[in-house]
Design a protein around this ligand. Structure first.
Ligand code: UDP
Ligand code: MN
Length: 360
C-alpha cells in the first residue's frame, strides 16, 4: 500500500470514528432530556418541587420557574457548589459553642399543640436558651412551655409564599439583633441533633461567608430574570424543611438587601417562597455558594433509608404523612408507635438515653 493510500485509509477511519462518537453524544443528550416522570422512575428518588413551586406558586399560575431537568444520576458538583466533605473553613476557626448559635423554628398557631410538644420534650431541652419559635399568634400556654421563647411575628397564618417569607424575614432580623455567630433555621417538623449541629458549625468560621444546607432538587433551580425576561437565572437553595445555617459574616453582607423586611420584597419580586428566596439572595445576588451538608434531612427524602447506627452523625430529621395510614418516618427500634408517631422520642432516647422519659 502506498503512503498516500495509507494516509487516506487512516483519514477515513478517523472520520468514521468521529461520526460514531458524535452520534453517541447526540443519543445520550436526547435520552437525558427524556420526560421528568421517566427520570424519576429510573432514579427511584422521591422528588418533589420546593414547597412554593408546588403550592400557591403553581396555583396562581406565576410560572417563571423552570425546574431544571435532573440528570439520571446525582449531578457532579458544579463549580459553584461546595460539598460539605470537601469544602471546610480555610483556617481553623475559633471553637464554636452552643451559645454562639441562634436556632429559629418556624411554626403556626394551628400546629402549636400538634408539633411543638415533641420538640419541647426532646431537643429543645438541649438548647433552651438558643431556640426561638416564630409563629403568628399569641399563645400563653406555649409561651410558658418554652420559657417565653415564642415570637409572634404578626405574619399571616397561611402556607403561602408571602406568609412564609414574612416569617423568615422576622427570623432573620431577630438573628441579626441577637448578635449570635450562627443563624440556623428549621421547621416545626424537624428534630435537631443539637450537639451534632454545634460540631458541624465548629468546622467553619462565622467570620467567613457560609451558607450550609441541603438542596431537595438535583439540579439548580432555573427562573426567568424578571428584569430581563430573555435571561435565565439559576441557583441552588437549601430546603427550609431540612434546616440550614448562615454565618454572621454572610448575614451581615445580606443586610442591605434582606434586612428590615426587605426579604419579603425580594420574595414578592421573584414570587418564590422563603427558602428559595434565601438561595436567590445568597447564590444569585451575593454570589456565595451553598455548601451541601448531607446530614440535614427533610421529609422530601424517604426517612426509612437513614441507618440507625449513623443517627449520631445526622444533624436534622423530619417526618410527614404519605397517606392516611402511612407515615414517612425513620426506622428505629424504640418506643411504641402509638405514643411516638413521629419517632422523635425514639430518636432522642437513642441519642440521649439518660432522659427521664427514656426506657431503661
Ligand atoms: N407553616 C406556616 N404557616 C402555615 C402552614 C405551615 O408557617 O399556614 C409552617 C409550618 O409550621 C412548618 C413549615 O411552614 O414549619 C412547613 O409546613 P408543613 O410542614 O406543613 O409543609 P411542607 O412545606 O413541609 O410540606
Ligand atoms: Mn414539613
Amino acid at each position: 500500500m502506498s503512503v498516500v493510500r495509507l494516509k487516506r485509509l487512516v483519514q477515513a477511519l478517523t472520520l468514521v470514528g468521529v461520526a460514531a462518537y458524535t452520534m453517541l453524544l447526540v443519543y445520550q443528550s436526547v435520552s437525558a432530556t427524556g420526560s421528568f416522570a421517566q427520570q424519576q422512575q429510573v432514579s427511584g428518588w422521591q422528588e418533589r418541587a420546593p414547597r412554593s413551586v408546588s403550592r400557591d406558586y403553581d396555583l396562581n399560575n406565576n410560572n417563571n420557574v423552570i425546574v431544571a431537568r435532573p440528570p439520571k444520576m446525582p449531578p457532579p458538583p458544579p463549580p459553584s457548589y461546595h460539598t460539605g466533605g470537601i469544602a471546610t473553613a480555610t483556617s481553623k476557626p475559633p471553637t464554636t459553642k452552643l451559645e454562639d448559635v441562634f436556632i429559629s423554628v418556624k411554626t403556626t398557631r394551628n400546629f402549636h399543640k400538634w408539633r411543638l410538644p415533641v420538640i419541647i420534650k426532646t431537643w429543645f431541652q438541649l438548647a433552651k436558651e438558643q431556640t426561638w419559635f416564630f409563629t403568628d399568634s399569641d399563645d400563653a400556654e406555649f409561651q410558658e412551655k418554652t420559657n417565653g421563647h415564642m415570637v409572634n411575628t404578626n405574619c399571616p397564618s397561611s402556607h403561602n409564599r408571602k406568609a412564609l417569607c414574612c416569617k423568615m424575614s422576622v427570623e432573620f432580623d431577630t438573628f441579626l439583633e441577637s448578635g449570635k455567630k450562627w443563624f440556623c433555621h428549621v421547621d416545626d417538623d424537624n428534630y435537631v441533633n443539637v450537639p451534632r449541629l454545634v460540631r458541624l458549625l465548629a468546622d467553619y468560621s462565622p467570620q467567613e461567608d457560609w451558607y450550609l444546607g441541603k438542596p431537595s432538587i438535583r439540579a439548580p433551580l432555573e427562573i426567568l430574570n424578571r428584569d430581563n425576561t430573555s435571561q435565565k437565572i439559576s441557583f441552588w437553595f437549601a430546603t427550609g424543611g431540612a434546616g440550614f445555617c448562615l454565618s454572621r459574616a454572610l448575614a451581615l453582607k445580606m443586610m442591605p438587601v434582606a434586612s428590615g423586611g426587605k426579604f419579603i420584597s425580594i420574595g414578592e419580586k421573584i414570587r418564590l417562597p422563603d427558602d428559595v428566596t434565601m438561595g436567590y439572595i445568597i447564590e444569585h445576588l451575593l454570589r456565595k455558594p451553598l455548601t451541601v451538608i448531607d446530614q440535614f434531612h427533610s421529609h422530601l427524602e424517604p426517612m426509612k433509608f437513614l441507618q440507625q447506627d449513623a443517627f449520631h452523625e445526622q444533624i436534622t430529621f423530619s417526618y410527614s404523612r404519605y397517606s392516611k395510614d402511612k407515615m414517612n418516618v425513620v426506622k428505629i427500634d424504640g418506643l411504641d408507635k402509638r405514643i411516638d408517631l413521629t419517632r422523635f422520642l425514639s430518636i432522642h432516647c437513642f441519642l440521649f438515653p439518660h432522659f427521664n422519659f427514656c426506657p431503661r
